[in-house]
Design a protein. Structure first.
Length: 237
């Protein structure tokens, strides 16, 4: 198990190093140096943490209002018809950093089905806010709408008052922005609600990240089959 701890620490250090390299040269939309927490990350001398002996790949996670538990972070991307286009598993509790990879996976899955047309708009909640990824997506001609402020936070984050953050706040208060972002409530949120509460699939039955990923993709595939079945019932030939 020590090898697992050491591997996790190497991954964390590599991710932090990549972030520090980006932040050293990153600028906001007006070309200004990014502000924020000036305290550098100091890695522990030795790997720390705990590991689950029955499923070492899983991590201790919690969501608002629930106690901590061993879990995986199930990710999904859907279209405006609640059809799941991509499904992935993460071992980090926060959604931060998953916006770009999930879009890349979605576009790859679409291309494999012969669909080269990219989405016009990507909608995400505040947890997915990642300035560099959002700006990179915008360079592809895809608009991103994601609030910089979470629902549980009072006020704005320090250093997130102006620039790109304020531009997004203003965009989301326009009639068009409100109308587009409201689609999240009728697209992705009902999908997770259907899976967890109506189909009672709220835990993985298999252990290990690869097994959990295959199970999650099976769950989302059956979700799509149910959508297709209901479409046939309501629209008979």
């Amino acid at each position: 198990m020590l090898d697992r701890f050491e591997e996790n620490q190497r991954v964390d250090l590599a991710a932090n190093e990549a972030y520090e390299r980006w932040r050293a040269t990153a600028r906001d939309t007006k070309g200004r140096v990014l502000k924020g927490n000036s305290k550098p990350y100091v890695p522990p001398e030795l790997p720390d943490g705990v590991i689950n002996l029955s499923d070492p790949d899983s991590r201790m996670m919690r969501t608002q209002g629930t106690p901590p538990r061993q879990a995986y972070n199930a990710q999904a991307a859907v279209n405006d018809q609640q059809v799941v286009l991509a499904a992935e598993i993460s071992i980090s509790a926060p959604d931060f950093g998953h916006l770009g990879p999930m879009l890349d996976t979605t576009l790859r899955e679409l291309r494999e089905q012969g669909i080269d047309e990219a989405p016009e708009v990507v909608l995400a909640d505040a947890g997915y806010w990642h300035t560099a990824q959002m700006q990179q997506i915008a360079k592809q001609g895809i608009e991103v709408l994601a609030p910089p402020d979470g629902n549980m936070r009072e006020g704005k984050r320090p250093g997130w008052e102006a620039g790109f953050y304020q531009q997004m706040r203003e965009k989301l208060t326009t009639e068009r922005g409100r109308k587009l972002y409201a689609q999240r409530k009728v697209t992705i949120e009902p999908v997770f609600g259907q899976i967890k509460y109506n189909r009672h699939i709220d835990r993985f039955m298999r252990r290990g990240r690869a097994a959990a990923l295959s199970e999650w993709r099976l769950v989302t595939a059956t979700h799509n089959l149910l959508k297709l079945h209901n479409h046939w019932i309501t629209n008979p030939a």
